[in-house]
Design a protein around this ligand. Structure first.
Ligand code: NG1
Ligand code: ZN
Length: 534
């Protein structure tokens, strides 16, 4: 049975800070890095329990705060197929993290063991990694003590991007099975991406150099390795790679900066030439935003919605060309309410589009319902999922012309290029480059697939964001009663107006989104809806 004394003795080394409430939200636990040690210790114990519950399957733990400031940090668990932690366990995580004392912590552990019917004699395996944040090493030490306290087997993967860690988890658990996902090493990841990329662009014109803003984060060392594996196949120029400069991470750079500021990272001023493509990763390299300057030096952003439009339309074409399309082979797209209305229209004219609540797990699960499910958040997080039966259909399909054969081979290569566990900025970047090469698109041509409606996202600090409750994939408020009617009344006054209000899952704010056909109207609508919320 459980060695209660050992757990208490170890837990005493990481007492919970008083007066703080921790919550496992859409991105795991996330707060200031210097108050997270007790949480990460306990996550070590929880990850081991999750592994035992799943018969010793390997669970992942990623220590990162993504696009947040450098002093923040966070921790999240990865389930055996490389996916986000099952929702029911998010609640267990919150309960464990908030136990006031070591004794209370052990009691909550015991309650969980009996409630979830966990056989604690089973083995426990956990693989973990961290991003480049200064608080990372101390949090890894706390995690390792948690694993030791419960006798779990840990595997330290050092500093890795979030999607590489997800890839490892899936590879480890699928090793030796017919669904084997790849080799569980950096070399395996790099070979998988670079070899499929080279096959996909074989015979295409080598593009102009692409600038990558690495956000001064973990994407930099990973991209440096990838550049070597890609060799001559694509010219990449890395910027913002200063991972040891204090305060540099995500500071005036990175995907979140570009998406929220809708402007070039200042460090690329004078570097990016008109017409040249550039992209930004976020601090853990799971988000990607593209952009370019036109001849007049004006900035144009190609966000997650534009990536979804580019990629989904390409995949539909390949499926048709390969002769795979039919009732049992459905390509679909999943978005959230934050998707630009023009992107939804562009996509819905071509394929089924579903809207789900914010949070990658909702998008991911909805995308699993298609043969090929494309999902992207406007902020640049997304991927493409190929269902097992779709992969089966591709493998058994007998092409009847060389054109069919080539389209089919491209689709099969895409299943290798795309990191299907989670959004992966580097894999997505290569995916975008493949489509641009096949379409012979410049950034401007890609941008012209549709014109973004002007949009505005505002944060409103309120007394209690928990009174804001939504329905219809967060597009309508049900509480406070009467507020939605007032929003509707405002929206009606604006040409092409759309607006919605929802509580953030990651910050203590309420978010207001608005779009309309003109910039001034959009700003006015956002402001007026925000005033309703105060
Ligand atoms: P919240 O804080 O719930 O809006 C934000 C992003 C999400 C998602 C999560 C997780 C927006 C408007 N929201 O969620 O898309 O990425 O963080 O990181 O961008
Ligand atoms: Zn991220």
């Amino acid at each position: 049975s459980l060695d209660v004394d050992a757990i208490i003795a170890h837990a005493d080394q990481y007492p919970k800070p008083a007066g703080v409430h921790f919550q496992y939200g859409t991105a795991g636990f996330r707060t200031r890095g210097d108050i997270l040690e007790s949480v990460v210790f306990r996550v070590g114990v929880l990850a081991a329990l999750r592994s035992k519950k799943l018969d010793g399957k390997t669970i992942g733990v990623m220590i990162t705060a993504s696009h947040n400031p450098e002093h923040d940090n966070g921790v999240k668990l990865v389930d055996p197929r490389g996916e986000m932690l099952e929702a029911a366990w998010e609640i267990h995580a919150t309960t464990l993290a908030n136990a006031q004392t070591s004794q209370e912590f052990v009691q909550t552990v015991q309650t969980l063991i009996s409630a979830a019917n966990i056989d604690i004699t089973k083995p426990a395996n956990v693989v973990y990694a961290r991003d480049t944040r200064p608080t990372g090493p101390a949090l890894v030490a706390a995690l390792e003590l948690g694993l030791k306290a419960i006798g779990a087997q840990g595997r330290n993967e050092g500093v890795q991007t979030t999607p590489v860690l997800h890839y490892f988890v899936r590879c480890i658990n699928s090793k030796g099975t017919k669904d084997s996902y790849g080799d569980d090493s950096v070399d395996g990841y790099m070979k998988k991406l670079s070899e499929s990329f080279k096959s996909l662009v074989a015979g295409k014109t080598r593009p102009e150099p692409l600038i990558i803003d690495c956000a001064n984060g973990v994407g930099a060392p990973t991209a440096e390795i990838l550049v070597k594996y890609l060799g001559e196949s694509i010219p990449l120029i890395l910027h913002n790679t200063a991972i040891s400069t204090k305060g540099a991470l995500n500071y005036e750079c990175g995907a979140d900066y570009v998406k929220t500021q809708q402007r070039l990272p200042p460090s690329l001023n004078g570097v990016l030439k008109p017409g040249q493509r550039a992209c930004s990763l976020d601090g853990d390299a799971d988000r990607l935003i593209y952009y370019y300057l036109d001849e007049r030096g004006h900035f144009h952003m190609l966000d997650g919605d534009k990536i979804a439009a580019l990629v989904a339309a390409f995949i539909i074409d390949l499926v048709n060309l390969a002769g795979l399309s039919g009732d049992d082979f459905k390509v679909g797209v999943v978005q959230t309410a934050y998707a630009n209305g023009s992107s939804t229209k562009y996509l819905a004219d071509r394929m089924p589009v579903k809207c789900v609540p914010t949070g990658v797990k909702h998008l991911h699960h909805a995308a699993e319902h298609y043969s090929v499910g494309v999902y992207f958040e406007a902020n640049g997080h997304g991927t493409v999922l190929f269902s097992p039966s779709a992969v089966e259909a591709m493998k058994s399909h007998k092409p009847s012309t060389p054109a069919q054969a080539s389209a089919l081979q491209h689709l099969i290569n895409l299943t290798e290029l795309i990191n299907q566990t989670v959004g992966d900025a580097l894999s997505d970047m290569l995916l975008v480059e493949v489509v641009l090469a096949h379409r012979s698109f410049t950034g401007a041509e890609w941008n012209s697939l549709y014109n973004d409606l002007p949009n505005r996202l505002v944060k409103v600090v309120v007394k209690d964001r928990n009174i804001f409750k939504t329905e219809d994939a967060e597009r309508r408020l049900v509480s406070p009663v009467g507020l939605q009617e007032k929003v509707d009344e405002l929206v009606r006054k604006y040409d092409g107006g759309r607006s919605f209000v929802r509580p953030s899952g990651t910050e203590d704010v309420v978010r207001v989104y608005a779009e309309a056909t003109s910039r001034p109207q959009t700003d006015e609508l956002a402001l007026k809806v925000a005033q309703l919320v105060y």
